[in-house]
Ligand binder design. Structure first.
Ligand code: CO
Length: 134
């Protein structure tokens, strides 16, 4: 049976990374590890480690992405929660068996990790991301 290892990150949709850093880094005191252009997700992402996990501030760099649509509809706010699992294929199979709706039926394979999203309709309104790191 697949297991959750930890919360890998919580992603916050932002319109302006510098403005968001005024709270997350300057007021709250989280360290800013780095800011990265992530072309595969058409976004700029600021990574702020928080203990064993991370806060990711995600700013879309193109229209039409999930985060861009989320921002247009809701404004800035929490976008998704990511759990690290030990076996993502097994976790997805187990969720499917329990009639949980998945956005990605099979994991997307990226450098260093596999990932998939669970549909918020099956997760109490929360968009849940799953990672299996190499
Ligand atoms: Co994420």
């Amino acid at each position: 049976m697949a297991k959750i290892k930890k919360i890998n990150h919580v992603a916050i949709a932002v319109e302006d990374i510098d403005e968001a850093l005024q709270f997350w880094r300057d007021a709250l005191g989280l360290p800013l590890d780095h800011i990265e252009d992530v072309p595969s997700q058409k976004s700029m992402v600021a990574f702020l480690p928080a203990g064993d996990g991370e806060i990711e501030l995600v700013k879309p760099t193109a229209e039409g992405t999930g985060v861009a649509k989320f921002l247009a509809k809701n404004g800035p706010g929490m976008h998704h929660l990511c759990f690290e699992v030990d076996d993502i294929e097994e976790m997805l199979a187990s969720l499917k068996e329990k009639d949980v709706r998945l956005i990605n039926e099979a994991p997307l394979v990226l450098e260093g990790r596999k990932m998939a999203f669970v549909h918020p309709k099956s997760a109490g309104g929360v968009l849940v991301e799953l990672y299996e790191l190499d």
